[in-house]
Write a protein that binds this ligand. Structure first.
Ligand SMILES: NC(=O)c1ccc[n+]([C@@H]2O[C@H](COP(=O)([O-])OP(=O)(O)OC[C@H]3O[C@@H](n4cnc5c(N)ncnc54)[C@H](O)[C@@H]3O)[C@@H](O)[C@H]2O)c1
Ligand SMILES: [Zn+2]
Length: 367
């Protein structure tokens, strides 16, 4: 019964905080390497570079484009040889690659999420994919970023679809952490969860439930309101701590299963996770009122609720079997559910959640 809670050492969030990255990074080293894809480099590259150079660091860029794969990590690690500080800037795939590079070289690490699309910026692990884009494994580094630096002006100006995806990832955090805690399952660190982690997972959900709609309206106009700040914190800090120190369950395992099917590859992480959350609720036999509450919240926030919305318009039996079997692999967090889970049960929960969500959406559509 060992309780374990871990987190990044520092979290700094606000409008234009990137300009002071050197000051916040607090490194004694001399050389920083910035890993970013060309699009992200065009948006924040100059600010990161000048912010770091203002404190006496030299900087080099490593171009990253694509998925977080072993070959991508190897390539970036080679270019980052000799760095004292690794800065990853971008979405989850770039940050996961940068975290793996920093862990390999044992350097200080700063994540600069430029979209609030996932909780990858704060976690101590990377999600590694095969060259074909299928989920391969969670790779645990044993260290967190030294700093998570979140510039909300950059996030609000990014495409809104990513902001929605981060909200979906944050909703899952509460349901998975609560399930894992109630089941007495281990969290990501192999310990029991703390009361702090449970409170954080719940506050994460409460924040996106209360402020998500207003925040989305603001981001639609590239505005950074107080509610945007709150939702960015929920999707990045609270969700990251909530899932790692709280624990995962069925929702992310279903997500992992969905990545095995090519038609879902254009859907974002959060869009697939939301289908996972709804599937988890059916799998757990929750009351229909609770299921409808989450579908309604999803519809209010324009999150995906049906398989068709993530590219699976008419899934074949074989596709559903592939998803369900992958979700039930022995290492998957679906086994944190407080009952035995079979691929058949997952397949049936998945199609039932899809049907229930479709029916609910139809009742809400104007007449
Ligand atoms: N390590 C973890 O704990 C963890 C948690 C959740 C998800 N993930 C992983 O994160 C990945 C998904 O990340 P994602 O959803 O951020 O997608 P992503 O990393 O593919 O980024 C999506 C796109 O956003 C673009 N982009 C980034 N910032 C932008 C900006 N400001 N304006 C315009 N475009 C911008 C990028 O160029 C990229 O093409 C998956 O691989 C998933 O498994 C990891
Ligand atoms: Zn996630």
């Amino acid at each position: 019964m060992t309780r374990i809670f871990r987190s990044p050492s520092a979290y700094v969030q606000g409008r234009h905080v990137i300009d002071n990255i050197g000051e916040h990074a607090q490194t004694d080293g001399s050389r920083a390497v910035i890993i970013a894809d060309p699009a992200v480099r065009g948006i924040v590259g100059d600010s990161i570079r000048s912010g770091l150079e203002a404190t006496g660091l030299t900087t080099d860029f490593v171009d990253f484009g694509g998925t977080c794969t072993d070959s991508g990590i190897d390539r970036a690690a080679e270019e980052a040889e000799g760095a004292d500080l690794v800065v990853g800037a971008g979405g989850g795939r770039t940050l996961d690659t940068a975290k793996a590079v920093a862990a390999r070289h044992d350097t200080r690490m700063v994540t600069v999420p430029t979209i609030a699309s996932t909780d990858a910026p704060t976690s101590s692990l990377s999600v590694v994919y095969t060259e074909e884009g299928e989920f391969e494994e969670l790779r645990f580094h044993g260290v967190h970023p030294d700093l998570v630096l979140v510039d909300t002006a950059v996030i609000a100006a990014a495409p809104i679809r990513f902001f929605r995806s981060g909200i979906a990832d944050a909703i899952a955090t509460r349901f998975e952490a609560e399930t894992a805690i109630e089941a007495g399952a281990e969290n990501v660190f192999g310990g029991q969860s703390t009361r702090a982690a449970r409170a954080i997972a719940r506050e994460c959900f409460r924040t996106v439930e209360a402020h998500g709609e207003s925040a989305l309206a603001a981001v639609e106009r590239d505005a950074v309101t107080k509610n945007v700040e709150s939702v960015v914190e929920a999707a990045t800090l609270l969700s990251g701590i909530g899932f790692e120190s709280g624990g995962l369950a069925a929702a992310h395992a279903v997500h992992d299963g969905l990545t095995r099917i090519e038609p879902t590859h254009d859907a974002t992480h959060g869009e697939k996770v939301n289908i996972g959350t709804l599937t988890q609720l059916v799998l757990e036999g929750r009351d229909i009122e609770e299921f409808h509450d989450i579908v309604d919240l999803s519809l209010d926030l324009n999150l995906s609720v049906t398989l068709a919305q993530i590219g699976l318009t008419d899934p074949s039996d074989e596709q559903l079997r592939t998803i369900a079997e992958a979700a039930c692999q022995p290492q998957e967090t679906i086994h944190n559910e407080p009952f035995d889970v079979s691929p058949e049960a997952v397949r049936e929960a998945l199609v039932t959640a899809d049907e229930l969500a479709r029916q609910r959406r139809n009742t809400r559509e104007p007449g």
